[in-house]
Design a binder for this molecule. Structure first.
Ligand code: KG4
Ligand code: ZN
Length: 405
């Protein structure tokens, strides 16, 4: 079954053609990072306008790349939530319109569920696209190489941090969630505090990596960077919940202290003004700290980044390992943009190795927002005979369809 997936929940416009929920014939993503970078985050009105401008070319490119025509497509799927209402509306409306025009079945997809299904995608496993267009698999619920149920999924994106027990296709049990900021949101805010730009996750990872590699070259242990600053971890014992706001505040105070020190020494040595400081009321404190931190350009920023990343990874990895142990799962999977983080992957691997629990995560391009994961999740619903009518509306606050314990 060939599904055309459409993703437009935030600042990425994606279209993908996926066969049998696993084999990616084309995955096209138009990113708006350049546009939003200058604002330090996503501006919803700008995002939806960009979606509108790019969605049709992105779909056309996906069809071209997959070397297939509309006659080859069996169903159309588009994200209907959660996300920004304006952005969601663009992809969902285009998806429904195409389904109507081509007389194809339509399915609205939950973006969070799609992040989980990114673990079913296989990279570069369709050597001959045309051949795979013309063949059909008979099994749908399990193929060799698929994740094995029951599994523990750590969903960590820019808006969500959840530990989810997945007992089978579509069977989700919520074990814990963030009580304040999402992990990705913490990465983004702290990157702003440190002046590392947007999106924060890759920027913090890169800064941390730089200083860790320097230490390795000097034959020194990387923990010197990771423990350079003592940062709080919210363990919230007895729960699988997370909290990152205390850590973010600690980073703010650390950066502020360092900046004030810098400011004092600067003002005695130089008359150069610190941008962002004079108009402190107009810029957010994160941005002001960021400008100042970037100006310093000292190794402190990299050490702060490495210590912050370590604090986040510590909590995520240990809580996930504890949950995996308690629920005797066969496998742990990562989902969402933060699943792209190399330290998180390596650390969780270490935690699970003695337990002989397999860890898997999607290739980097399927961790962050993309449409291949939308088509994958759709496939498993369509195989269960689930469709949506064309009256389906966007649901910006949608959560995973959790069942009770
Ligand atoms: O899943 P996603 O693409 O969008 C949402 O559905 O929210 O996740 C985006 C988030 C951003 O907060 C971004 O900073 C974070 O994922 N992210 C990372 C990395 N790459 C993206 N966080 C840590 N390390 C990374 N390498
Ligand atoms: Zn996402």
């Amino acid at each position: 079954m060939l599904v055309l997936g459409i993703e437009s929940s935030c600042d990425e416009t994606g279209a993908a053609i996926v066969k049998d929920g696993r084999y990616v014939l084309a995955n096209v993503v138009a990113s708006q990072i350049e546009v939003h970078n200058r604002y330090g985050g996503v501006v919803p009105e700008v995002a939806s306008r960009q979606q509108l401008a790019t969605i049709i070319p992105v779909i056309e490119t996906a069809l071209d790349k997959a070397a297939c025509t509309w006659e080859d497509i069996d169903a159309i799927a588009a994200t209907y939530g959660p996300g920004l209402a304006g952005s969601l509306l663009v992809g969902l409306t285009v998806g429904k319109a195409l389904a109507l025009a081509r007389n194809l079945p339509f399915l609205g997809v939950n973006h969070l569920e799609a992040h989980i299904y990114a673990n079913w995608l296989r990279k570069g496993e369709v050597p001959d696209a045309q051949a795979s267009v013309n063949t059909t698999h008979t099994t749908w619920d399990y193929e060799e190489g698929d994740p094995v149920f029951p599994l523990m999924c750590l969903v960590v994106s820019g808006t969500h941090s959840e530990l989810v027990l997945v007992r089978g296709h579509g069977q989700y049990e919520l074990l814990g969630r963030t009580r304040d900021d999402a992990a990705g949101e913490a990465f983004d805010k702290v990157a702003r505090i440190l002046g590392l730009g947007y999106p924060g996750g890759p920027a913090i990872q890169q800064a941390a990596r730089r200083v860790e590699e320097e230490l390795q070259q000097q034959k020194k242990p990387v923990v010197l960077a990771r423990n350079a600053y003592r940062l709080p971890r919210a363990w919230l014992r007895g729960t699988y919940d997370f909290s990152f706001s205390g850590l973010k505040t600690a980073m703010l105070h650390l950066a502020e202290g360092a900046t004030e020190h810098q400011h004092t020494s600067r003002s005695t040595n130089s008359k150069e003004p610190i941008p962002g400081n004079s108009g402190g009321k107009q810029v957010s404190q994160y941005t002001r700290m960021g400008v100042q931190a970037a100006q310093r350009g000292t190794p402190n920023v990299a050490l702060l980044a490495a210590s912050f990343q370590e604090a986040v990874v510590d909590v995520l990895a240990i809580k996930t390992r504890l949950a995996a142990q308690e629920y005797h799962v066969k496998q742990v999977v990562l989902a969402g943009g933060v699943a792209a983080n190399l330290s998180l992957r390596a650390r969780l691997e270490q935690e699970l190795l003695p337990l002989r629990i397999r860890l898997s995560y999607p290739p980097i391009e399927f961790c962050t927002d993309n449409a291949a994961m939308i088509a994958s999740a759709a496939f498993f619903h369509l195989c269960r005979g689930e469709y949506h009518g064309l009256d389906l509306d966007v649901q910006p606050g949608l959560s995973l369809p959790f069942s009770g314990k």
